[in-house]
Each structure stands twice: as C-alpha cells, then as structure tokens.
Ligand binder design. Structure first.
Ligand SMILES: Nc1ncnc2c1ncn2[C@@H]1O[C@H](COP(=O)(O)OP(=O)(O)OP(=O)(O)O)[C@@H](O)[C@H]1O
Length: 313
C-alpha cells in the first residue's frame, strides 16, 4: 500500500437509480498536496467527496483512505474531516460556542486556545461572539473550516469552499489550506472558480459525466500541446503587431483590444512560438508589460475535455 497517498481509488462506481454519478473512477491523491476537483454541473464531484467523507458507500470498486480500506460503514474515516453542502452549524450559538460544542461532541472539551487560534486563522476573531444565525455564506464557510482545523485533519475534504468568500475571506482560506498541505495534510476541494484552483492546487482531476478525463499536475495542462490565446500588452503596440505577424507559429487573433487603458494584441500560439515572440520583442527594445492567457489553461482544458462528454449526454 502506497503510504504517500491520502486517497487511492480504483474503479469506483456509484449510481442513483439509472443515473451513473461515478463511473469506474480511478484517483490518487497525494498527502501534502492541494488537489482540485473540477467538472460541469452534475459531473459527480459532490458524490465523490461524499464517499471520501464516509457519507455514502461506493457500489463497487476499491477505496483506500489514509492507507485504510474503506468498507460499507457510513462514518468519516479516521483523520478525515470536511463538508459537502455547506458546514453543519448551530445557528442559535455564537461562532465560538459552535466550535466549543463541536470539540465537546468529539470528546475533546473546549480548548479555548485552539478555538481562538482557529477563529483567528480564518479571520473570524471579531465576530467570534456573534450568533451564527446572522452570518453570511462566506462567514459560515470560514467557520466550517475553523471547525475542521480543530480536528487536526490528515485529509481535508471541501465542496466548493470558495462559495460566498470576499477577497479577505479567500486570502484566509487559501492561507489555511496551503499551510495544512505544507504540514502534510492531503486537501481535496471542488470549485467552479478556475482562478482559485490555479492559485491553490498543484494537481487537478477533471470529471465529466462521472468519468475522470484528466488527473495530474496542473502544469501538465498548461504545457500541453494545445494552442491558447494570449493577451499581450507592450510599450509599442504597432511594433509588437509587426513582430507578431513576422514570428513563425504566431496567429494574430485581435489586432487592437482596449486593455487597462492601453492597446493590447491577442495572439494564438503554442508556448515555444510565444517564447520566440518575446525574444523578438526584447531584441527590438519593445517592453513586455503583460502576457497572460485570455482564458486560463485550466478553463481551456476543462472546456476541451468535457465538451465531448456533455454533447453525448
Ligand atoms: N441523492 C441523489 N439522488 C439522485 N441523484 C443524485 C443524487 N445525488 C447526486 N445525484 C445525481 O448524480 C449526478 C452527480 O451529481 P453531483 O452532485 O455529484 O455532481 P456535481 O459535480 O457535484 O455537480 P455541481 O457542480 O452541480 O455541484 C447528477 O446527475 C445528480 O443529479
């Protein structure tokens, strides 16, 4: 058994009547990594996360979590925590009382210092004594994460944790997940926010109609042999256009788009051709002020890999 893996799934299938929510899913999630789960609505993400949390059992296949084979018992495997469909909280209690109650339920008793530290880490110190009834979705998500932190998880499973988060909330949540992964926890989360996933995850799995269509390092998608559209902002748009037209492998898609109060080009290319264009710009003294994909590599891959499955539905 591979002890580097937080999750090892082979041939996992889960049906709801005639609906095959997961269809022979194979998955390896490493410890100490943040792993993103993406896919269109109904792809099977929540179903898969539910299996990892012990909320349901697979109909067939093998599932090992933290090195232990999962049977048909419906209970969170030891060392696993998280939530799907939002965290379960007591609305009439304050944030602090919620965490104390959860700690008591686990037989730990209220360890005030741990609770204060968890609240601080998710940025809820100032509202620690407010009732959860008045909390926004983003605040509830953050409190759910604080509750998960108190358990010292070795595998953290989160379904769309970025829902409702403002920029400060997002910074707190990203900080917590990154720290946990650096300390060896396996983190798996689903999201429809490609920018968040690209910022956070080292690995992603793309699901489409219950099947894995990609699983591996994010970099593999970015460096794939797929042409992407890039927005190019330079110190001299006219010279940049001439150089783009004259560089092999570069297709100019839009000649003059307004971008951040200036004029940018959109070019379609593979990475090596783009490298050559940048070298040509620098050689001719044209400064490159911004060069980024118009649609992120993850989003482009998601569309390219899931559209055939969606169309066949
Ligand atoms: N309890 C259930 N009863 C019946 N069908 C279900 C149930 N749970 C999920 N399904 C079906 O299984 C499939 C996968 O659903 P799931 O919720 O896992 O998708 P998802 O990828 O999380 O979608 P979303 O992005 O919309 O949250 C869908 O076709 C869904 O309708």
């Amino acid at each position: 058994m591979d002890t580097h893996l937080a999750v090892r799934a082979r041939g996992i299938t889960r049906c709801f009547g005639d609906v095959v929510a997961l269809d022979a899913v194979d998955l390896d999630l490493a410890r100490g990594q943040v792993h993103g789960l993406v896919g269109p609505n109904g792809a099977g993400k929540t179903t898969l996360l539910g299996l990892l949390l012990g909320l349901a059992a697979a109909d067939s296949g093998e599932l090992d979590i933290l090195g232990v084979r999962v049977g048909r018992a419906l209970a969170a495997p030891d060392g696993v925590t998280g939530f799907v469909d939002g965290p379960g909280l007591y609305p009439s209690l304050t944030a602090r009382q919620n965490l104390a109650a959860l700690a008591a339920l686990r037989g730990r008793g209220p360890a005030a210092t741990g609770i204060d530290a968890a609240l601080a880490e998710v940025g809820l110190t100032e509202v620690a004594d407010d009732r959860v009834r008045g909390f926004s979705l983003g605040m509830r998500q953050r409190l759910g994460l604080a509750a998960a932190l108190l358990t010292g998880p070795r595998l953290l499973v989160l379904d769309e944790p970025a829902n409702g988060l403002d920029p400060a909330g997002k910074r707190h949540v990203h900080g917590v997940l990154t720290r946990l992964a650096a300390e060896g926890t396996g983190v798996v989360l689903s999201s429809h926010r490609m920018d968040d996933l690209e910022e956070l995850c080292s690995e992603v799995t793309i699901l489409a109609t219950g099947r894995v269509v990609f699983s591996g390092p994010l970099g593999e998608l970015a460096a794939g042999n797929r042409e992407l559209d890039y927005r190019l902002l330079t110190s001299d748009p006219r010279a940049a256009l001439g150089l783009a037209d004259g560089t092999a492998g570069i297709q100019v898609v839009e000649r003059a788009v307004a971008w951040r109060g200036a004029e940018a080009l959109v070019v379609r290319a593979l990475v090596p051709a783009l490298d050559a264009l940048v070298a040509n710009l620098v050689r001719d003294g044209v400064a490159v002020r911004e060069l980024a994909p118009v649609v992120s590599p993850l989003e482009a891959a998601l569309l390219a890999l899931t559209e055939p499955q969606e169309a066949a539905r």
